[in-house]
Write a protein that binds this ligand. Sequence first.
Ligand SMILES: C[S@@+](CC[C@H](N)C(=O)[O-])C[C@H]1O[C@@H](n2cnc3c(N)ncnc32)[C@H](O)[C@@H]1O
Length: 394
Amino acid sequence: MELYYNDNGFLLYHGDTVEILESLNRKVDMIFADPPYFLSKGFTMRAKGRVKCFDKGNWDKARPLEEINQFNMSWLSKCRNILKDNGTIWVSGTYHNISSVSNCLMELGYKILNIIVWNKPDAPLTLSDSHFNFSAEYIIWARKYKDKRHFYNIELMKYINGGKRMSDVWNLPTTGLWEKTCGKHPTQKPLRLMYRIIMSSTQSGETILDPFAGSCTTGIAANLLGRTFIGIDQDARFLDLGIKRKTEISDVETANKIFRKMTENPSDVMVIVNHARKELKEKMIETGICYLRAGDSKGSLCVTPGFERMQYVLLHTGGEDVRLFKLKKKGCFQIWAKETLEKYGFNPEHATYYVVIQFDNKDEMPLSKTVNIKERINTYRARLRPLSDFVGIK
Ligand SMILES: C[S@@+](CC[C@H](N)C(=O)[O-])C[C@H]1O[C@@H](n2cnc3c(N)ncnc32)[C@H](O)[C@@H]1O
């Protein structure tokens, strides 16, 4: 068995996972597995003018239940051999395979700790109207032995959950475009999901194995978080995509950018950050009106997920003279015509309509002295950032 790739804590093997697991001569601290869900029926479905292909690839083809059970038993038993005695395993799935995985885990002697419900707030509409919309995946977390303690970072999970114990229902958006800059895998997992899994169950320097690595999302998150990664996949095209992603994060600036996005808490309070010339900014503060062009050009605003959590506006002039104010209404903006803004003494020149965000100019929030706003904002484009970026919450 030869290594397909080996770079700085990122090791890849190409081939059938059961065969490779059999000859892998080392122990790992944690396993994350995203095995085939066996849901691809190889057809295209049309509904209400929309077309959807239910074919993720040969590896995901629907199979009889008995075969699914056999497959799950074989790779899960091999995983158990290479998992350290205090190690844990995470396995994700949908209703197609998750009960089989759960039964196999119990039969093999693992102890199930949780079944996480990953609720996707941005799940696409299910085409069939004969049942509820699919918006969840299930992730089983189990340890190797019933009576051997495992690691769980309860304090960190509390911290990222606003000080409360984190529940087994996680609201996390699906994989974003920012995670697909090197290409796409048909079932790529979001880095934010992997961040939570890795940080809750491993410590710095430990080794994580993914027996169905795909585009190596687990490896990218693991390396960004100072863990070693071993990945296996039978499809070299997916491993090559993983290598591209690994190369991408060898650039420190890119790695920092991805790290920041990955660790962003999706339930964080958000701030709309906007550059304005000095005089314009003063006028905005005087009126409590912040306006922006809508659209995609420089200096304009893109409405992205997170807007519903927007509670502050941060006005700055080229990264200097930063002022932070509470919005009048959470997550709320209006579209105003140029003429309406003119009535308030503004003189907008670039568009007919503007996005307007109203804030309470008497409710200013002090900024943490340690935050370097310039470092956080590299263009003049308006953008949403978590409040914790600016008020120095740890
Ligand atoms: C659900 S995808 C994993 C996606 C991955 N989590 C990501 O974020 O990109 C499952 C992967 O398992 C691989 N696979 C399926 N059966 C396999 C087998 N028997 N041995 C090795 N890899 C396999 C497929 O090629 C596919 O890339």
